[in-house]
Design a protein around this ligand. Sequence first.
Ligand code: HEC
Length: 181
Amino acid sequence: MHSEENAAAPNALAPVSGAGAGLQDHSTRDAVSPVAGTIAGLLALVFAVGVGAMLWTMNPSFGDGRAGGSANQMAAPVAAGAPPEPGSPAAAGATIIAGQACIGCHTIPGIPGATGQVGPNLAGVAGRPKIAGGAVDNTGPDDLKRWILNPPAVKPGTAMPNLGLTDDQATNIVAYLETLK
Ligand code: HEC
């Protein structure tokens, strides 16, 4: 009796006589039913969209409508203000900047020849609450000075090199940058 039952049990792997090769019922050996697969696919899609939306909202560039640190690409140029008072620290700073590598990398209002495109346009830099792509706070001259004295120390991996400025040079340069509101 038992052996007869075993013999009659359907063998899912055995070809079904009379059926074409692709027409067999695979349901007994499918690991996942097509419905479960569809649900898993839809859940993965919802998850991916959710993560995308989260990353979008976390990116500060989309918050203020411009990519931080890329004013030359994203924001309207700000006109240079009045030239600094002759003999002032800002005037000394302008002279130092004009002789430094800054001008090869930055566009800087009021500095002849400062038309670089490697770094951000420094127009309005003193008015930015964050610099270096949003990575560095800019609450005043001290923050700007710390940055230009040694950018990689403030933001590891930044493309702006340490230019070996003296403390005096940095103070004067920042005095000029602070005129770029
Ligand atoms: C080799 C190119 C290069 C040179 C030279 C250079 N910079 Fe930069 N600078 C950059 C880059 C690139 C950034 C953006 C850094 C980042 O986002 O990590 C930057 C960022 C800055 C910022 C922050 C601006 C912002 O809105 O994010 C200031 C200020 C600045 N540089 C001033 C200077 C001054 C002043 C000099 C000269 C003493 C100078 N840089 C020389 C490439 C340069």
